[in-house]
Write a protein that binds this ligand. Structure first.
Ligand SMILES: NC(=O)C1=CN([C@@H]2O[C@H](COP(=O)(O)OP(=O)(O)OC[C@H]3O[C@@H](n4cnc5c(N)ncnc54)[C@H](OP(=O)(O)O)[C@@H]3O)[C@@H](O)[C@H]2O)C=CC1
Ligand SMILES: CC(C)(CO)C(=O)C(=O)O
Length: 324
């Protein structure tokens, strides 16, 4: 079994590193040659509550993603874990577009970890023959060079979104996804297959659409959103607007979702949200695929989502190096 991890960032190094430690073959594909070389010289260090996991440099297979298509034609992998940000999905597509006509035996199976929505449609359009599995995870991981810090042990759910086009032919897609889940479990992750993955995608989207832009604008950790009534009111407005859109779309959410949103603020109280981290590092944020998606969905129903729209523009207008 060979797993290709595309994007050796926080999630990529955590999942790839632990899969490799469990004896599964892993190849890391980096954006730059420099990062591939760094991993091969330093190895990978994962710090978790239960201790440290170290992958020796000589055990790390890392190459720049520009070589992926060529290597794949010779030695195809079994699964690809796509752990780049939403803002880099189009670059990934450009790198592997030439693999879109692979044989039936070696078709691409990609597990997509991105927050927000929009990536599945882009991937499906560019790579119509591939199997797209969504990976929704509550892991909280940070990276500094070759070291990753796992905040706690989250849950990962794999599944086929209704937007994924069923592949033709005899392949049993569900069994294939169960196989990936088994490997993840073997590597120590709480990972199962869900037949409600769309609900989880929309739940996560709503949580990110409420917490991320506000923490990024106010530059506060997640828990501080609950400390003042004016912050809570703003959260509630974002929540109500998003829920109105979901209702119009016929997307069902749990009755206690508002409590769940506040629960995430509590359980990740000291976290710097990913959007705040991007703003602080002057990186392009994922706001377009988070609040921007809510705005786009609202347009289809002529709904007013002014809070999402305003935050979308405020965050898009923040200084960035324009790295994507
Ligand atoms: N971190 C977390 O705890 C969680 C993250 N997510 C989601 O998962 C996704 C990934 O997040 P995260 O791991 O934190 O992000 P990171 O920025 O840590 O990692 C992304 C990695 O992808 C690399 N990359 C960019 N473009 C390419 C490319 N074309 N080919 C190969 N590699 C590329 C980046 O390289 P470089 O650094 O050189 O630019 C970087 O190392 C995001 O959508 C995020 O919202 C979801 C749940 C939890
Ligand atoms: C749930 C939350 C808000 C945790 O920080 C997150 O997913 C993020 O920061 O992107």
């Amino acid at each position: 079994m060979n797993i290709d991890v595309v994007g050796a960032g926080s999630l990529g190094l955590l999942f790839g590193g632990k899969l490799q430690k469990a004896g599964i073959g892993v190849r890391f594909w980096t954006r730059t040659l420099e990062q591939a070389e760094q991993l091969q010289h330093k190895g990978i260090m994962i710090t978790e509550r239960s201790g440290e996991v170290y992958i020796e440099p000589e055990a790390v297979q890392a190459r720049p993603v520009s070589e992926l298509a060529e290597v794949w034609r010779e030695t195809p992998g079994d699964w690809m874990l796509l752990t780049v940000k939403q803002t880099h999905v189009h670059d990934f597509i450009d790198q592997i577009r030439s693999l879109k006509d692979l044989s039936e035996q070696h078709y691409l199976k990609i597990a997509c970890y991105q927050n927000g929505i929009g990536h599945l449609d882009k991937l499906q359009a560019a790579l119509p023959g591939c199997l797209l599995c969504s990976a929704i995870t509550t892991e909280g991981v940070k990276r500094e060079a070759f070291r990753v810090q796992r905040a706690g042990e989250g849950e990962t759910r794999l599944g086929l979104s209704v937007t994924s086009v069923k592949r033709e032919g005899p392949t049993d897609e569900e069994q294939t996804i169960f196989t990936l889940a088994r490997l993840m479990k073997q590597a120590g992750f709480d990972c199962t297959v869900s037949n409600e993955i769309d609900k989880l995608i929309y739940r996560k989207l709503l949580i990110n659409a409420v917490i991320n832009p506000l923490t990024a604008i106010w530059r506060i950790p997640n828990g501080e959103l609950l400390q003042r009534i004016d912050r809570l009111n703003m959260m509630r407005q974002l929540y109500d607007e998003a829920l109105g859109v979901y209702e119009a779309m016929g997307v069902q959410m749990d009755e206690d979702l508002w409590e769940q949103v506040k629960g995430v603020c509590r359980s990740t109280a000291s976290n710097t949200s990913s959007m705040l981290a991007d703003v602080l590092h002057k990186r392009t944020t994922e706001v377009e695929s988070i609040n921007g998606s809510i705005v786009n969905m609202a347009k289809q129903f002529n709904l007013n989502v002014s809070a999402h729209e305003t935050l979308l523009h405020l965050i898009q207008g923040m200084p960035s190096e324009g790295v994507s």
